[in-house]
Design a protein. Sequence first.
Lengths: 149, 111
Amino acid sequence: MNELASATATHSIVIERMMPHPPEKIWRALTQGPLIEEWLMKNDFKPVVGHKFNLRSYPMPGWNGVTDCEVLIVEPNKRLSYSWNASGDEAVNGLKTVVTWTLKPAKGGTLLRMEQSGFRAQDERFYQGAGFGWQKMVAGLERVIAGLD
Amino acid sequence: MNLRMPAAPNAVLSSLADPTRRAIFERLMRDGELTVRALTDRAGVSQPAVSKHLRVLKLARLVRDRRDGRETHYRARPEGLAPLIDWMSLYGAFWHDRFDRLETLLKRMDQ
């Protein structure tokens, strides 16, 4: 199940999924560098508030592939939050968001919730001119469409 | 937080799902205003086909047209992508994909 949330000034993405695993195990997957790399991206994450780290992916048109992050909240097995910002030259006008993971024990497992908040309505670069982000969107389009039915 | 579900931008998505249509839209994004004839020259399909694609793009509000004598000029409406942005297709798809991968990893961690 997922919900796409919308607030007045900024937009959030909220994704919730029941995971048939205990919170402790999910916590490990969310906070151990080598495990994070397996499902998210290469990283130098540490579960320490204030720790600054990068997520690294392949550069593509309109994105240098690097995300600047800082750990904001660490509540073991319950809540994890970090900033998720554009990096380098793209930092000035780029994405400034916060990703928050919430783990709720539920019958048969854990309700895992991810909220990425702070998408600004005025993030116009996503759809302006030569199309910064346009290529990215097309790249994601196939998957989006696959998910429609 | 006040949650509401924005309408999925199906018109935008389905218009852009067609590779020829997407190529036409991308060309208009890149080159600015073009006539149907100019678009046909490079589209690799017939002029009626291009016109049909343009009608679909217009319905999805991805292009606007302007008549000038016998020629119709088309230009992209980048702001027409806004519903898609609202819908957060990029990050939405990204996170769904990552949730899938996380799920796979968790299964493997059992063993």
